[in-house]
Design a protein. Structure first.
Length: 614
């Protein structure tokens, strides 16, 4: 339309349609009347400016007013023309309602996209072919400790640990360029230095050949990876515990046969030594055989300790005292170039432990530390009270939360690699040269600590030394003083003793031994025969020495039958494979005493005399 002197003098048909006016209804109308009231004053001012030679930027957007009072968005182009020698303004009106609606929808869509882009929990990113970030969402940046602005333009490889950056350049980028796709697991470094594990998928984008770039997404799976690693650790600990339990069961199972053999050797040696004077040339040889037998006995004892089949005698005690005793012994035996340091807590809680076994543990760890420092070093013993919480116990199956006393034994020696540490508590596993160790020392440590409801952990790195942490449940009561033991002199007798054992060689040695000291004997190689003999000669048999592990009815059933025949029968249980609970049950059932194989002749003779004299 055209207006002159601010009144419309011409309008085309399309404007009539747009504004809903009848034919010629616009002619003579003041031109601002076709604009929405909110824009009429502005429109008049713009028209005056143009006609007076001023500048008005065109096009611009405005609202047009229809004849029925409704309005619509419009784009206005206006310029000054000369009409019949006078200045006029020609105006072009374009309805942009659909475009404005589309722009509004686009803005809303972009807002939704931006909100989704920035708030989604996954990382969304883009980078160029050189590996430089061109875009990353807010959550992705914040998960790595950065702002979006800090990461845009930064090399992706700068966020990867240095040892792994070659993968980005040698594998990741070539795969995208050659195949257009790459996915996997990458480790990113948080701004604070911590590692974050991210699963990613990346795609090569090339829009109509106008320029290629990489677009992708990543999900932080650090917690899942850590949980998986923790689960793997727990599985390894469970497998190790099951393996140790199986080895312990095997150790306990073979102990009976070992101890029977040792008892026979030990017994005959003692008999021979009784019949020879110390001046006899064979006496010294017998002493050496006896010493070797005692060493073998000690090895079996260590196996039983590892399998927790040996009976301990726990009492309240202060761990510091045990450490001091061992320290004094080590100071006299280990090389002087090894410095021993004590750091003992003054307020240390007492524990319930067998003093002898505990000193064995500490001494063994000290000797192992000495062997790890052939050129000298430092050995530290530290004690402290400590609380093991649920989190620690969940990560270490079998450990019960509560108050513990910790003993740490640290050396500055050669250390061990992780694979070695996995096996150190297994019987017969040793890193020492052949002939330098049996591989039972740490197995014994493990068994003793476990038998005290404790927990043992080894921390070591090759070239960095070793730390053994031993945890024992703490007691509230003050440590009691151990009771003194008194031994009566050994005497023989003339009573009748029934020997029951399935090992013929043991029957023979016990028979010779007892008859040497004046006793009369009867023998039985199984429980059934023993019952028959006792039933026939119960008035003459004064004592029964009964082996537990025999074919047929076995020792326990034989004891029950003997007690049925004679409730006052005196039975001494003898076994090379036993548990404290099992023996306690048999003593409660009516057995008079127990002796573990292999035993010294003096021990058996003293026990027999004690039982017969009751």
């Amino acid at each position: 339309f055209v207006h002159q002197n601010f009144k419309i003098i011409f309008a085309n048909r399309r404007l009539y349609q747009m504004l809903n006016y009848e034919k010629d209804g616009l002619i003579g109308l003041e031109h601002w009347r076709v604009y929405h009231p909110d824009f009429q004053a502005l429109t008049r001012e713009r028209a005056r400016t143009r006609l007076n030679g001023g500048t008005v930027i065109s096009p611009f957007q405005n609202k047009m007013l229809r004849n029925d009072g409704s309005s619509f968005e419009a784009e206005i182009h206006a310029w000054v023309i000369s009409l019949r020698g006078e200045r006029a303004v020609q105006v072009c009106v374009r309805d942009i309602t659909e475009r404005k609606e589309a722009e509004t929808a686009l803005r809303e869509s972009e807002k939704r996209y931006r909100d989704l882009f920035n708030n989604i929990n996954d990382m969304i990113y883009a980078h160029d072919l050189a590996g430089r970030f061109t875009m990353i969402n807010r959550v992705g940046a914040e998960n790595l400790g950065y702002t979006v602005e800090e990461l845009e333009g930064k090399l992706v490889a700068d966020l990867i640990p240095p040892k792994s950056r070659y993968i980005f350049y040698d594998e990741y980028l070539p795969a995208l360029k050659d195949h257009g796709y790459a996915e996997g697991l990458v480790v990113y470094l948080h701004k604070n230095g911590k590692e974050h594990h991210v699963e990613f998928k990346s795609f090569l984008i090339d829009e109509n050949g106008t320029g290629a770039y990489i677009q992708g997404s990543g999900r932080d799976v650090t917690e899942r990876i850590l949980a998986k690693n923790e689960m793997k650790k727990l599985e390894e600990q469970l497998i190790q515990a099951q393996k140790m339990e199986a080895i312990g069961t095997l150790a306990g199972g073979i102990a009976h046969d070992f101890n029977n053999l040792l008892q026979a050797i030990y017994g005959y040696i003692q008999l021979l030594m009784i019949k020879k004077s110390e001046a006899d040339p064979d006496y010294d040889r017998l002493k050496r055989i006896k010493k070797a037998t005692e060493r073998a006995t000690e090895m079996v004892s260590k196996l039983l300790t590892f399998s927790r089949k040996i009976e301990s005698k726990p009492e309240p005690l202060n761990l510091n005292q045990a450490v001091k005793e061992v320290q004094r012994l080590l100071a006299r035996t280990i090389p002087k170039m090894i410095e021993i340091n004590l750091d003992l807590a003054e307020d240390l809680s007492p524990i319930h432990a067998d003093p002898t076994q505990l000193e064995q543990v500490i001494l063994n760890l000290g000797i192992n530390a000495k062997d790890a420092m052939p050129d000298g070093g430092k050995l530290f013993f530290r004690t402290e009270n400590i609380l093991l919480d649920e989190k620690y116990c969940n990560a270490n199956p079998g450990v019960v939360p509560g108050c513990y006393v910790r003993l740490s034994v640290t050396d500055t020696g050669a250390g061990m690699d992780r694979e070695t540490v996995k096996h150190i508590f297994e019987p017969f596993f040793t890193t020492k040269a052949q002939g330098m160790g049996t591989g039972l020392g740490l197995a014994m440590v493990y068994g003793i600590v476990k038998s005290h409801s404790g927990h043992v952990v080894c921390h070591s790195e090759f070239g960095q030394g070793t730390i053994f942490d031993l945890f024992f449940p703490a007691l509230e009561a003050a440590a009691a003083q151990p009771a003194e033991n008194f031994k009566a002199p050994v005497n023989g007798g003339n009573e009748v003793i029934l020997l029951v054992d399935d090992e013929e060689i043991l029957i023979e040695i016990e028979k010779d031994m007892l008859e040497e000291f004046g006793y009369e004997t009867r023998t039985a190689y199984n429980g059934e025969t023993a019952i028959d003999i006792y039933r026939t000669e119960m008035d003459r048999v004064n004592l029964v020495i009964l082996d537990l592990n025999m074919p047929g009815m076995g020792g326990e059933r034989c004891l029950e039958e003997l007690l049925l025949i004679d409730p006052d029968v005196k039975v001494v249980i003898a076994s090379g494979y036993y548990t404290g609970d099992r023996i306690e049950e048999m003593l409660k059932a009516g057995a008079a005493a127990f002796i573990g194989k292999p035993y010294q002749m003096s021990e058996l003779l003293q026990l027999i005399r004690d039982v017969l004299n009751r």
